[in-house]
Design a protein around this ligand. Structure first.
Ligand code: SAH
Ligand code: SF4
Length: 357
C-alpha cells in the first residue's frame, strides 16, 4: 500500500496540485485549508462542505497527522515549553515566549543539529534527521490550539529552536509559505524569522525564495574566533557570509534588515576590541545586533559575560551607531532558554550526512 499523503506537508500550490490530480476543482484547496488552519478540524468526516465521495477518497489517500506531545511545561515568567516525540524515541522542543505586545513561538527545524557550535546544547546532542513540513506545521498548530484556549496568540514565529533551518531548505520554505499564507496562518513577512549560522549557498537561495526576516548567528567578529565557536565558518568564512547578507538585503522590493545574534561568552568574545571589530564589520550594513547572554548547560565550560561587560559592549556598538539590544533570558526554570533546547537524540551519528551542502 502506498503511504497516505499527510496534508500538513503541502503548501497552497502543492495542495492545488494534489486536488487537481484527484480531478477536483481548485476551490477545494481553499476549503481544506480553512478546515485545517482556521477551524482546526482534522477529521475528514467533519468537513461537511466536501462531497461525501471526496471525504471518502481523502480518508483513503490522505491524512492529517500530528506528532505526539510528550510534555508541556509552564515557566514562572509565562514561557511554555513543549517536548514533542518525532518517532524512534527522538524528541524536539518548542517554546512560546509571551511579551507585552507579542507572542513569539520558537520552533525546531531538525532533530538535533549537525553544526556543533561549541556553545550550543543542541550542537552537543548531534543530529538525527530533518523535520518534514508537516512536522514543522504541526508545532505551530499544537501551540496555536493550546494558546487559543488561554486567550494568547502567536504573533511571531522564529526558527530558533533545534536545528539549522538552512540545512533543511525545502521543508522550511514550504512551512514559511504556509506561515505567510492568508489561507493558513497569515503572518506578515516581518514576523517570521529564519535564524541561520551561515550556510552561504542556502542563504543565497533563501533570499529569492521566501520573503521572511533573517537572523544570522554571528557570535564572533573575526574568522579566527568564529572558526572555533561556529565551525561552519571554516567552510563559509565571514567575508562570504557578509556577501550573502548583502544579497539578502538587496533582494525583494521592501526594505530589509538583518538581526545579528551574538552570544556573550566571558573572556571569549566580549572584549572592547571585539566590540570595535564587530562595529567595523557591520558598518554600513542594515543591521540590528542582538546580544544574547550565554545560557549554560552541563557539557559546557563557557561562562556568561557579566551584566557590566555586556553593557560596555553594547555601548561601544551604540557609539558607532549600531542598533543593539540585549536579549532577556526567559523560561530558565524549564530549560527553555536559547541554546538549552537539547531534546533527546537517539542516533547522533548522522552529522556528516547533514552537513553536505
Ligand atoms: N541553527 C540556527 C537556529 C537555532 S539556534 C542558528 O544557529 O541560528 C538559535 C539561537 O540560539 C542562535 O543564535 C544560537 O546561536 C543561540 N544559542 C545557541 N546556544 C546558546 C546558548 N547556550 N546560550 C545562548 N544562546 C545560544
Ligand atoms: Fe546548530 Fe544553531 Fe546550535 Fe549552531 S547554534 S549547533 S547551528 S542549532
Amino acid at each position: 500500500m502506498t503511504q497516505k499523503q499527510n496534508l500538513l506537508n503541502l503548501n497552497q500550490a502543492d495542495l492545488s496540485e494534489f486536488f487537481a490530480k484527484l480531478g477536483e476543482k481548485p476551490f477545494r484547496t481553499k476549503q481544506l485549508m480553512k478546515w485545517i488552519y482556521k477551524d482546526h478540524v482534522f477529521d475528514f468526516d467533519q468537513m461537511l462542505n466536501l462531497s461525501k465521495k471526496l471525504r471518502e477518497t481523502l480518508s483513503e489517500v490522505a491524512c492529517i497527522d500530528f506528532p505526539e506531545v510528550v510534555s508541556k511545561n509552564h515557566a514562572l515568567d509565562g514561557v511554555v515549553k513543549w517536548v514533542i516525540e518525532m518517532g524512534s524515541d527522538n524528541h524536539i522542543e518548542m517554546v512560546y515566549i509571551p511579551e507585552k505586545d507579542r507572542g513569539t513561538l520558537c520552533i525546531s527545524s531538525q532533530v538535533g543539529c549537525a553544526l556543533a557550535c561549541t556553545f550550543c546544547s543542541t550542537g552537543y546532542q548531534g543530529f538525527n534527521r530533518n523535520l518534514s513540513t508537516a512536522e514543522i506545521m504541526a508545532q505551530v498548530l499544537i501551540a496555536n490550539l493550546h494558546l487559543k484556549s488561554s486567550g494568547k496568540r502567536i504573533s511571531n514565529v522564529v526558527f530558533m529552536g533545534m536545528g539549522e533551518p538552512m540545512l533543511n531548505e525545502e521543508a522550511v520554505y514550504s512551512a514559511c509559505d504556509l506561515l505567510l499564507d492568508d489561507l493558513a496562518f497569515g503572518l506578515s513577512r516581518r514576523k517570521v524569522t529564519i535564524s541561520s549560522s551561515g550556510v552561504v549557498p542556502a542563504l543565497l537561495r533563501m533570499s529569492e525564495r521566501v520573503p521572511v526576516s533573517l537572523a544570522i548567528s554571528l557570535h564572533a567578529p573575526t574568522d579566527e574566533l568564529r572558526d572555533v565557536l561556529v565551525p561552519i565558518n571554516k567552510k563559509y568564512p565571514i567575508k562570504e557570509l557578509m556577501k550573502a547578507c548583502d544579497v539578502y538585503l538587496n533582494a525583494g522590493k521592501q526594505e530589509r534588515h538583518i538581526l545579528f545574534e551574538y552570544v556573550m561568552l566571558k573572556d571569549i568574545n566580549d572584549s572592547n576590541e571585539h566590540a570595535q571589530q564587530l562595529a567595523k564589520l557591520l558598518k554600513g550594513v542594515s543591521a540590528k545586533v542582538n546580544l544574547i547572554p550565554f545560557n549554560s548547560f552541563p557539557q559546557s565550560d563557557y561562562q556568561v559575560s557579566s551584566a557590566r561587560t555586556i553593557e560596555k559592549f553594547q555601548n561601544v556598538l551604540f557609539s558607532q551607531g549600531i542598533r543593539t539590544m540585549t536579549r532577556r533570558t526567559r523560561g530558565e526554570d524549564v530549560d527553555a532558554a536559547c541554546g538549552q533546547l537539547a531534546g533527546k537524540i537517539k542516533d547522533k551519528t548522522k552529522r556528516s550526512d547533514a552537513r553536505r551542502n
